[in-house]
Design a protein around this ligand. Structure first.
Ligand SMILES: N[C@H](CCC[C@H](N)C(=O)O)C(=O)O
Length: 258
């Protein structure tokens, strides 16, 4: 089986072209291939399938085999994959996800996609909750996030603190947890613990969740740069449409066969 390893700000997934056939036991395959010692190594597995309402379907699995409803870094790489591999010539396309269809605009340079803008839809914010002594801002980006503002996210032990919060009974089904510092009204610094994958170098839906919570609480403007360990994402929460636009890179690392 051929695969393509791709990354968006170091949030790396293994991509399978499932347009014609779908391997059995995708959750099990996600676990096996994501292993960074005995497998290919990744934050999870993404299968590209024929579109339902959109042009293609993105089916995403975390490294522990659990299904993810939406993936901001991953969907940018799906856009790059289908264009660079000649599966589409469209630079504006729709990708179906478990969280619903998402529109992409591919920025092509030299015949290859370098950067992608994704319409991530409308964030759904709930009132803050006090959990384990933290004020957590729940934001649904099609997947569940808990945002915590703090002065130095870099000092957080994500394996301990992120896991404990993400698995708190207050958050049914486990949540993705972001620790965010506000550097300026147009710049946020974020560290992420992802359910099903652990600490990651970046999280696209998480970056959107942080911006939404920061705007809602008066901490930031509607357009900001979100700086993560793997790099920077541009995020804008449009006042008119109420939707969040996410812009960032997408890169192919290597192709392989298993
Ligand atoms: N890394 C992804 C988010 C994965 C979320 C996944 N951990 C889940 O919700 O199960 C992103 O760039 O948006």
């Amino acid at each position: 089986m051929r695969f393509t390893k791709m990354e968006g700000l170091g949030n790396d997934y293994i991509y399978l072209n499932c347009l014609k056939e779908v391997p059995e036991d995708l959750p099990g395959l996600a676990v096996t291939l994501s292993d960074r010692h005995f497998g290919v190594g990744a934050d999870g597995l993404i299968c590209i399938r024929p579109g339902r309402d959109g042009d293609f379907v993105m089916e995403m699995y975390n490294a522990d085999g659990s299904r993810g409803a939406m993936c901001g870094n991953g969907i940018r790489c799906v856009g790059k994959y289908v264009y660079d591999n000649g599966l589409t010539r469209k630079t504006c396309l729709t990708i179906d996800t478990d969280a619903g269809p998402r529109s992409l605009r591919l920025h092509v340079l030299g015949g290859q996609v370098r950067e992608v803008t994704v319409d991530m839809g409308e964030p759904k914010l709930s009132p803050p909750v006090e959990v384990q002594g933290e004020t957590v801002y729940p934001v649904d980006m099609g997947n569940p996030h808990g945002v915590i503002f703090c002065p130095e996210p870099e000092k957080i032990d994500l394996e301990v603190r992120g896991a404990a919060l993400g698995r708190d009974p207050a958050f049914p089904g486990e949540w993705n947890i972001e620790f965010a510092a506000v550097e300026a009204r147009d710049r946020l610094r974020v560290r992420v613990w992802e359910r099903g994958s652990g600490p990651t170098l970046a999280c696209g839906t998480g970056a959107c969740a942080v911006l939404a919570a920061a705007v809602k609480t008066g901490r930031s403007d509607r357009r900001a740069t979100v700086a993560l360990p793997g790099g920077e994402l541009k995020v804008e929460w449009e006042r008119e449409s109420g939707r969040i636009l996410l812009t960032g890179p997408a890169r192919t690392v290597f192709q392989g066969e298993i």
